[in-house]
Design a protein around this ligand. Structure first.
Ligand code: PGA
Length: 255
């Protein structure tokens, strides 16, 4: 059983035109060394994914979808097919990002089907969990993130790749970062929940931290036990910021 490597995943959300995406990828290919490239993942909006997939050819950079439905094809207007994502070369897909849960009303049972479908398709799901500010104020953080993890993984196959991302909702896009102690606690709770799910493979599941990760907090966050990578929103939109976060996290501060 090997310890997971450190990864940086850039969640572009609903940003970048095809031209901007192409410019980003060509700069990233130029600046990131091959061994760095293999630890970086970009998540473009679905409409830009084709352009990104073309630009990434010949590099070790990888990409993923931000969302996918659980059916492969059919009468599901406006949805993204996991089968098409696979054919286009996606290796990852976010599941249950807090914006999907909060704005689009996605709940654990639906997310469990998405995780199962993506694994079945050979795409690594990145299941996102995280508490709101109210949950934290009322001491419900543990209950919420364990429930979301169990719920999202209820139909998952422990023998197939799966990643987890802890993103406290109050830290997303707010400039507010969880303290090292809060991150350490949450990640250790999640590792325990993963062990209940699959004692054999729990240690192989990378657990990413997300929520206002920037160059100035990357080193201290990367040094925290059970933090195996970052899911980065705002600071992943510029190549320089994205790459410097990765490089800083490769030499984490002792905490
Ligand atoms: P942020 O977003 O880095 O802009 O806070 C993180 C995310 O939503 O994945």
């Amino acid at each position: 059983m090997s310890k997971p490597e450190f990864y940086c995943v850039g969640n572009w959300k609903m940003n970048k035109s095809p031209a901007q995406a192409a410019e980003f990828i060509s700069k990233l290919k130029e600046q990131a060394k091959p061994e760095e490239q293999s630890r970086l993942v970009v998540m473009p909006p679905a409409l830009v994914a084709f352009e990104v997939a073309q630009q990434l050819k010949g590099s070790s950079l990888r990409w993923g979808g931000q969302n996918s439905y659980f059916e492969a094809a059919g009468a599901f207007t406006g949805e993204n097919s996991p089968q098409i994502l696979k054919e286009m070369g996606a290796q990852f897909c976010l599941v249950g990002h807090s914006e999907r849960r909060q704005i689009f009303g996605e709940a654990d049972d639906l997310l469990a089907k998405k995780v199962q479908a993506l694994q079945g398709m050979g795409i690594t799901p990145i299941l996102c969990v995280g508490e709101t500010l109210d949950d934290r104020r009322w001491n419900r953080t543990q209950e919420v993130i364990v429930r979301q993890t169990r719920g999202g993984l209820q139909a998952a196959d422990p023998t197939k790749p799966m990643w987890l991302a802890y993103e406290p909702v109050w830290a997303i896009g707010t400039g507010e970062v969880a303290t090292p102690l809060q991150v350490e606690e949450a990640h250790s709770i999640l590792r325990k929940a993963l062990k209940e799910w699959s004692a054999q493979t729990a240690n192989e599941v990378p657990i990413l931290y997300g929520g206002s990760v920037k160059a100035d907090n990357a080193r201290s966050l990367a040094g925290i036990n059970n933090v195996n990578g970052f899911l980065i929103g705002g600071a992943s939109l510029k190549v320089d910021d994205f790459l410097s976060i990765y490089r800083l996290s490769a030499s984490p501060a002792a905490v």
